[in-house]
Design a protein around this ligand. Structure first.
Ligand code: 6GU
Length: 263
């Protein structure tokens, strides 16, 4: 039976794939044309299984532009998922908090996005349009589905997670260097609530082929906004917080999948 829901596990969030029941695991290296992930905290496996009675497939490890892949390579797996029959994509990531009211450990549902390099012309749909997947000029004003956001919020409420659940605008930069203070101030002024190095190309390709999308950012650190701050963004901190919140995120996605099965 083909899973209805796919989950992309972001930095340090791959544990979700481990808790599936009745797993079937494929290594990326065994899937034709699949890229390989090269980052600590990212494995490279496609894991099929059951969560809360629902079949799903997890990408345990994703691909980033900063690893050297083109945006179309980064999004290749999305079209594989679509061809498998997946209808819903839950995409997770670790992100830095720009919104001053955000705390480390907050879970932010993505309401909308700003792609800095997308605005600059690096769109995964650039080039001839493959009509088998979607239209030439896909709409993005409804990229993050209201109904899924509502079900995710409802799940968070039922689990007692409201105190650390937010929603906001996710902004993606190419990476791999973190932002300067001046860059963070620019992003905040533009209306971004969180900043990361992934997700948007996948969402664009998913929307192009009609997948319903929910985005979840784990706020793993607060970006540095002041020249007086002694804090420095680092990958170890990102991985540490994702371990702390891994269980909450697993519970959230598990409960949400149950709701998706009912709908
Ligand atoms: Cl502070 N910046 C970026 N670009 N990505 C991140 C991050 C910050 N924290 C986690 N991922």
């Amino acid at each position: 039976q083909c899973p209805k829901t796919a989950i992309i596990c972001g930095s340090g969030l791959g544990g979700l794939a481990d808790v599936l029941n009745n797993k079937t695991v494929f290594l990326y290296e065994d899937i034709p044309h699949f890229p390989r992930s090269t980052v600590a905290g990212h494995l490279g496996r496609l894991v099929f299984g059951e969560l809360n009675g629902q079949t799903c497939v997890c990408m345990q490890g994703r691909f980033h532009y900063y690893e050297g892949y083109s945006v179309s390579m980064v999004t290749f797996p999305i079209r594989v998922l679509f061809l498998l029959g997946v209808e819903i994509l839950i995409v997770t990531n670790a992100a830095g908090g720009l919104n001053p009211s955000f705390q480390v450990g907050d879970i932010m549902f993505i309401r909308d996005h700003i792609s800095m390099f997308g605005l600059g012309g690096q769109n995964p749909l650039r080039g001839p349009n493959d009509e088998r997947f979607g239209v030439r000029f896909p709409c993005m004003s409804d990229a993050y589905e209201q109904d899924l956001l509502g079900l995710a919020m409802e799940s968070a409420q039922e689990l007692g997670f409201v105190s650390f659940t937010r929603e906001g605008v996710y902004c993606q930069l190419a990476g791999p260097s973190y932002e300067t203070i001046a860059e963070c101030r620019v992003l905040q002024a533009l209306g971004a609530d969180a900043v990361g190095m992934s997700t948007i190309p996948e969402v664009i390709v998913a929307r192009h082929c009609g997948l319903r999308v929910l985005g979840i950012s784990l706020i793993t650190n607060k970006v540095v906004m002041s020249y007086n701050s002694q804090e420095k963004a680092n990958h170890e901190e990102v991985l540490h917080i994702s371990v702390v919140r891994a269980e909450a995120l697993q519970k959230l996605v598990t409960r949400l999948l149950g709701k998706l099965g009912e709908s």
